[in-house]
Design a protein around this ligand. Structure first.
Ligand SMILES: O=P(O)(O)OC[C@H]1O[C@](O)(CO)[C@@H](O)[C@@H]1O
Length: 546
């Protein structure tokens, strides 16, 4: 397979870029009254408007050719058909099976995975119902009031983001908490107000070997046993979610209290599996299944819609346009929806752990940029923090804006103010403000000419900054499932065009390994000399402080 840069469409895009780079989106809108209709897609209630991008119809057509030449159609089919597309780990990639509400058989090595998927969903339903109704009792006979999920990365970020996003659907009698950091402050602060008799721990780890999760899990168990001095209490207060049964047993959790998933579920794609148990506990299994349905709806769209109307494909290709032709290195996710506060953090792992790679699928170093730095926070907060750089900084940051038409809790003018800011920001980023317009705005101030010119220059906004807008009716479980799946498939699309394996994460291993060596060196006063001078110096100084 040639490198992506050798594909004919890539070369065409390099030439095409030269004709687009000097053009301003203001003019593109002025020249083409059909721009919004041409560059927006409706999917259910969701509108994806990508007209505020530095593109023409020719750009989109050529980007689609690039996807075709990169074999995206075949790769989508390979994923949905259970082929082992995670080549370094020799695994299928089937988070789509977890939300396959059609129940169409999906085979891995000739075996349909759907019966197993449905069996675990049934177990999640029964368990979450029994906890939510109070039928499940703690060791001293009391109903559960607090669920503490102990996990990290994909075993934390997805459920945490979704639980927060769907708080309006949560049972207020059952509070969900998330402990991830091995820094004891995380666990200590969360446990401080909790009553062990009414607390349920969910230890979530695909591998059940992750240092942070195992350490937190052991400390949580000690906390419980210090207060309820009865080993049998573990069975009423600890459940495990994992692919690794023997490690769960070794940890001391009854396999009857284990919810399993499979090696074909990547950690950062696992919230749809038993890893979503805290979600089901919080919002109930019916709502959890609506989340799955939303994702399945997008899966079908991704699998079947022509690329020109395929939202995740377009999202991915637009990202490639900016990263590989305009030199963008970051991408902002800006939800004008407080419930999506954790979405940017969730997408940091989903995107950066998937596409932060420089070796292609055939083991060759890539000669082009790949995954961007993902960041963001809810509007309007971000406006008062980092938007200055988005508008007038020296780097190009493509942005996604997301908002619901309706609030869960309408309150005076709040929602309209929020939405007006969403719309104003995308308009301002696109239009900018010319120096002439800036001059006119300050003309009344009667400044001396040199001051006026300097101020007008400072108040000039170049504009021409690309944004995608996502508008939906309200953030319900179905819509949230759709949004997450759109981003998952965007990441997939980009990985295919970049010809990298989006489904391993070798880059996290070296640090883990070195930390083990250093951990053994930390006790005692003996000077450490086995590392570079900086690492030795830091270890020795740390020892001197203790
Ligand atoms: O679920 P586990 O096995 O504890 O892994 C947690 C996280 O650690 C990672 O492997 C990275 O260190 C992620 O990919 C994963 O989501």
């Amino acid at each position: 397979m040639p490198q992506s840069t050798d594909l004919p469409a890539w070369r065409t895009l390099s030439e095409h870029y030269k004709t687009i780079a000097p053009r301003h989106m203001r003019d593109m809108f002025a020249d083409d009254p059909g721009r919004f209709d041409a560059f927006s897609v409706r999917l259910g209630d969701l509108l994806f408007d990508y007209s505020k991008n530095r593109i023409t119809r020719e750009t989109v057509a050529t980007l689609i050719r690039l996807a075709e030449e990169a074999g995206l159609r075949e790769k989508i089919d390979a994923m949905f058909n259970g082929e082992r597309i995670n080549v370094t780990e020799n695994r299928a990639v089937l988070h789509v099976a977890l939300r396959n509400r059609s129940n169409r058989p999906i085979l891995v090595d000739g075996k349909d995975v759907m019966p197993e998927v449905n069996r675990v969903l049934d177990r999640m339903r029964r368990f979450s119902q029994s906890v939510r109704t109070g039928e499940w009792r703690g060791a001293t006979g009391k109903a559960i009031t607090d669920v503490v999920n102990i996990g990290i990365g994909g075993s934390d970020l997805g459920p945490k983001m979704v639980v927060k996003a769907l708080l309006p659907y949560a049972d207020p009698r059952l509070r969900a908490h998330f402990v991830s950091n091995v820094d004891e402050s995380d666990l200590v602060e969360i446990l401080r107000p909790l009553n062990p008799e009414t607390t349920l721990f969910v230890v979530a780890s695909k591998t059940f070997t992750t240092q942070e999760t195992m350490t937190n899990g052991r400390s949580a168990r000690a906390w419980l046993l210090e207060r309820i001095q009865d080993e049998t209490a573990i069975a009423r207060h600890f459940v495990a979610i994992s692919t690794n049964r023997s490690k769960v047993v070794e940890f001391g959790i009854d396999p009857l209290n284990m919810f399993e998933f499979w090696d074909w579920v990547g950690g950062r794609y696992s919230l749809w599996s038993a890893i979503g148990l805290p979600i089901a506990l919080s919002i109930g299994m019916d709502h959890f299944e609506e989340l799955l349905e939303g994702a399945h709806f997008v899966d079908e769209h991704f699998r079947t819609a022509p690329f020109a109307r395929n939202i995740p494909v377009l999202m991915g290709l637009l990202g490639i346009w900016y990263i590989n032709f305009f030199g963008a290195q970051s991408h902002a996710v800006l939800p004008y929806d407080q419930y999506l506060e954790d979405l940017p953090t969730y997408l940091q792992q989903a995107d950066m752990e998937s596409n932060g790679k420089t070796i292609d699928i055939e083991g060759r170093p890539v000669t082009y940029s790949t995954g961007p730095v993902i960041f963001g926070q809810p509007g309007t907060n971000g406006q008062h923090a980092f938007y200055q750089l988005l508008h007038q900084g020296s780097v190009l940051v493509p942005c996604d804006f997301l908002a619901a038409a309706e609030s869960h809790y309408p309150l005076a003018e709040h929602h309209d103010i929020l939405i007006s800011n969403f719309l104003a920001q995308t308009e301002a980023l696109m239009r900018g403000r010319t120096t002439d317009e800036a001059r006119q705005e300050i003309a009344a101030e009667n400044l001396p000419p040199d001051r006026l010119e300097a101020l007008a220059a400072a108040k000039t906004f170049p504009g021409n900054k690309p944004t995608n807008s996502f508008l939906y009716r309200r953030l319900d479980p179905h819509t949230l499932g759709m949004l997450i799946a759109l981003y998952e498939h965007k990441i997939f699309t980009q990985g295919v065009v970049w010809h990298i394996n989006s489904f391993d994460q070798m880059g996290v291993e070296l640090g883990k390994k070195l930390a083990k060596t250093i951990l053994a060196e930390l006790p005692g006063d003996a000077p450490v000399t086995s590392h570079d001078a900086s690492t030795n110096g830091l270890i020795c100084y740390l020892k001197s402080l203790r």
